[in-house]
Structure formats: C-alpha cells, structure tokens
Write a protein that binds this ligand. Structure first.
Ligand code: NAG
Ligand code: NAG
Ligand code: NAG
Length: 383
C-alpha cells in the first residue's frame, strides 16, 4: 500500500516535471530524455580540446600535480545507510532528516547532466534579453548532451512545489521569501539538492565543458561538489569589499543530488526564514542578502562542512580548515568530496586577487556581472 502510494507520487512528480520542462520549451529540442551522465566521452573531448592549443596542454599536468599534492587533505565520507521512514512519520522528523530521506546522497553516483538557470523569460521568448543570448548558448554548445533549462520565476514556483511537496517547511520558506533575487539564491540550492547538475547564473558564459573542470585523474566517484573561489583579497581592508576573507562563489555550482552542503544550506535558509516570518521581518535591506542567502552563508556552510566531525574524522586531520588553506591557490584542491577550483576558474579576467585571464587554461566560466545587480534589472530584483 505504502510503496504503491509512493510510486504514484513519484510518477505524478515525474510527469509534472516533464510537462514543465516541455512547457518551458516551445522550441522543443529533444530535451525530454533522461539526461545521460556527463562522464561519457569526457576523456575524448579533453584530448580534442587540448590538442590545438599548446597552452591548454599545460593544464592537465599542472592540475595533476595539484591533485596529487593535495592527497593529504582528502577526507573521505562514509556512506550512510538510508533509514526507512513511513511517509506519515516523515513530517515529525527533524528538517535535515526529512531532506536526507527525500534526497539521499550517493557519492558513487554520476553527476547528472543538467544545466539549470533562472531568469524572467526563457530564451524561446521574445522577452529574453539579447545580452544573455550568447552566454546562454555557450552552455548548450559546450554541453550538447546535457539537459539545459532556463526556468522562469513562475515555473520555479511549480517545480519547487513538486520537488518539495513532502517537505512543507521548505515550501513555506520558499513562498515566504519576498524578493526574486533572494528566491533565485534559494532556488539554486534547492534544485541542486533535489536534482543535481550544474546551476549557473544567466550572465555567465561557459569557456570549457564541465567534463574538463576537474582533472581526469581524480575519480568522479570521489567527489560530489565542485565550487570556485569568488574573492581572495589579500589586503588589510578586505572586509570593506567582501564578506569573507576567502569567499566561494555561488553563481556557478556543480553537485550530485543530496550533497550534505546543499542539505545544510537549504535547512539553514528554511529555518532562518520561518523564524523571521514568525517575527514579521524577513529582510531588512539588500545588504542583508549576502549573509542570508548569498555568498557569505554559502561560504560559511562550506567551511562548517569541512570541519564537521559527523562527516570527517577530525582526529586524523591537521587542525581546522580555514581560508588560509585556499588563499593564493592556482590549481584545483580536493577536500573530502569537495573540489575547490582556483579564482581563475570561475572569475577569470577580474584583474585582481591573482585571477588569470579568460584564455588561461584554468578559466572555465566567465561571469559577466550583467545579471541581477545592475540597475536596469532592478525590476527583477525589487518588486
Ligand atoms: C590548513 O592550513 C594549516 C595552516 O594554516 C595547516 O596546518 C593544515 O595542515 C591545513 N589543512 C589541510 C587539511 O590542508
Ligand atoms: C545559518 O547559518 C549561519 C552561519 O553558519 C548561522 O549563523 C545561523 O545561525 C544559521 N541559522 C539557523 C537558523 O540555523
Ligand atoms: C576548530 O573549529 C571548531 C568549531 O568551529 C572549534 O571549536 C575549535 O576550537 C577549532 N579548533 C582549532 C584548533 O582552531
């Protein structure tokens, strides 16, 4: 009886998702297929892309030695047994348990071949901003086998309602968030926790396929989250410019579904929002967003995970992991099941903090900073 009900619910959710995907795509490329894993053909495309450019040839060697050098900081995650909980009992469990049950993490699983973006309009619509056409297309061109979706705010509401139907606190929090920019922050964590893949802001361009972001020598079953450094300001007054001494960016994230960092940030924002809702004051001003749903809370959540005894054997480690472990890095670093990419990878061309240019072999994603925060997009932010 129970499993039959579960099956019905899952079937309904899948059908609705397919319907939503179809309805966001009147150009109907063949996107309704289950996405293949992104691992197929990665080696081949790596060779093809590396060959013509002597500079690119240097990349794997550099990254390889980095991956080797960083072996010492590997903190493997023990695979947890999934508890059986009756659906009726699930809502009485703590929020994090509910999330873990609904979206279990399997580090051995493949990275789902999804690319998720959000904007006011889809590329198929005439309202889609011309300035984003090329950046958006760059993701499809470099990831031809991925399912690539630009989700509008109104479709996101439906998608979340289906993905999180069984975790009502999350839905209540999502619906309570007042501004599209805060909702968009929350959306990226929610979609990656539930479905995995790549989330990337609409004002980013792909410079290299995701299959080449991490050196091929690092087994894909050994990591479940790929993040980049947004800022590493080596100056006295860094806090006047950034919230954290080393700040991780959340404009591009790759994850396997259920990753504990995503579970934690979703739980944190949910609880924080419900608390603020009760107090009748969800957000004071724009400045609070960075700490509430933006890069500051994202960075804190990642560091807390690195130093969490539930996931890592802290006795075997060499003290806490802090910003010092990431400052000035120029090659990928692996901590447990998280790959941290250097500032050049997702922030090339910022002309500071040691970032290389977009033609650097380690440059993977260009952030054009034309999205959410520009005055002409105020309509999307404000309201
Ligand atoms: C982090 O950096 C500290 C020095 O600041 C070092 O002692 C420690 O071994 C590093 N930890 C890891 C896991 O690399
Ligand atoms: C969310 O995380 C931040 C940073 O770790 C923490 O200060 C805050 O208390 C957390 N909020 C809740 C509701 O747990
Ligand atoms: C490591 O972090 C934990 C939790 O943040 C803290 O209680 C502990 O004192 C720290 N240890 C060191 C050696 O700094």
């Amino acid at each position: 009886m129970l499993s039959f009900r579960r099956a019905l619910i899952v079937a309904a959710a899948v059908l609705t998702l397919l319907f939503l995907l179809r309805s966001t795509h009147s150009d109907s490329k063949s996107k309704l297929v289950v996405p293949p894993s992104d691992s197929a053909g990665s080696q081949q495309s790596q060779k093809e892309n590396a060959a013509p450019n002597p500079k690119a040839n240097a990349a794997p060697a550099k990254a390889t030695s980095a991956a080797k050098a960083d072996k010492a900081i590997d903190r493997p995650i023990p695979k947890k047994q999934r508890p059986q909980i009756a659906l009726e009992d699930l809502h009485t469990k703590p929020l994090r348990d509910q999330l873990e049950y609904q979206f279990p993490y399997d580090p051995q699983a493949k990275f789902p071949a999804y690319i998720w973006q959000t904007w006011k309009a889809t590329p198929a619509s005439g309202d889609f901003d011309e300035i984003f056409r090329e950046p958006e297309a760059s993701w499809t061109i470099l990831h031809p086998t991925f399912v690539h979706e630009v989700i509008t705010d109104s479709v996101a509401v439906h998608l979340m309602r289906h993905l999180y139907a069984s975790v009502p606190d999350v839905l209540e929090a999502y619906n309570a968030l007042p501004m599209p920019v805060v909702k968009a922050d929350f959306f990226r964590y929610l979609i990656l926790l539930a479905r995995g893949g790549i989330y990337t802001d609409i004002d980013t361009s792909a410079l290299k396929p995701a299959t080449e972001w991490v050196p091929a020598e690092v087994p894909r079953s050994s990591y479940g989250l790929v993040i980049g450094i947004e800022a590493d300001p080596d100056r006295e007054d860094w806090h006047e410019w950034y919230s954290r001494r080393v700040q991780f960016c959340q404009w591009t994230i790759q994850a396997k579904p259920g990753h504990p960092v995503l579970r934690e940030i979703v739980a944190n924002i949910t609880e924080e929002t419900l608390k603020r809702k009760k107090a009748g004051k969800i957000l004071k001003d724009y400045k609070g967003i960075v700490e509430y749903t933006g890069p500051a809370i994202w960075t804190d959540t990642v560091f807390n995970f690195f130093n969490d005894g539930r996931y890592f054997d802290m006795h075997a480690s060499n003290g806490n992991i802090t910003w010092r472990n990431f400052t000035g890095m120029t090659a990928a670093k692996k901590v447990g099941d998280v790959i941290v990419l250097p500032i050049t990878s997702f922030s090339p061309g910022v002309r500071q903090m040691g970032a290389g240019e977009p033609d650097d072999p380690m440059a993977f994603v260009q952030h054009n900073f034309e999205g959410t925060w520009k005055p002409e997009n105020e309509r999307h932010i404000g309201e």
